[in-house]
Write a protein that binds this ligand. Structure first.
Ligand SMILES: [Zn+2]
Length: 139
């Protein structure tokens, strides 16, 4: 026989009520904390998104819709990417980038030449399934 006594029930009811309130306060506090962290992170990462002159922008190199390389357009470098057809180089210089040394039949990618910050123009190498495009800053 496990009959719940009314006195016991009312007792837990009171406890449960205060526990619920405590939980709600904890949840609210956590939401506030998460929001505060999000604001801090947003402010920390915002300046690195190319608003300051010397800093470059983030550019992603995709192969088959997957990012295989990310680079900062402010850093001069050459990245070699393996495509479906062959390899190609992405050259970064003076805040601009282009495809060069490409092993592809039509060379449309290389003919696009230099792409700079804010152009958001993807360099596409269809035979290689490779796309080079500036990343849109998260809003
Ligand atoms: Zn190409």
């Amino acid at each position: 026989m496990r009959k719940v006594e009314p006195s016991f029930l009312s007792g837990t009811d009171g406890i449960m009520h205060s526990v619920m309130k405590k939980k709600e306060i904890i949840i609210l506090a956590m939401i506030a904390l998460i929001a505060a962290i999000a604001i801090v992170l947003f402010n920390v990462f915002k300046p690195s998104q190319g608003t300051e002159g010397t800093e470059g922008v983030k550019v992603a190199i995709y192969h088959r819709n997957r990012i295989v390389q990310e680079f900062d357009s402010g850093k001069d470098a050459i990245y070699t990417i393996d495509g479906d057809y062959g390899t190609l180089d992405v050259e970064v210089k003076d805040g601009k980038w282009r495809v060069t040394n490409e092993e592809c039949p039509n060379h449309i990618c290389a003919e696009m030449g230099w792409i700079g910050e804010g152009e958001f123009l993807p360099i596409t190498c269809l035979p290689n399934n490779v796309v080079v495009v500036e990343e849109t800053p998260a809003s």
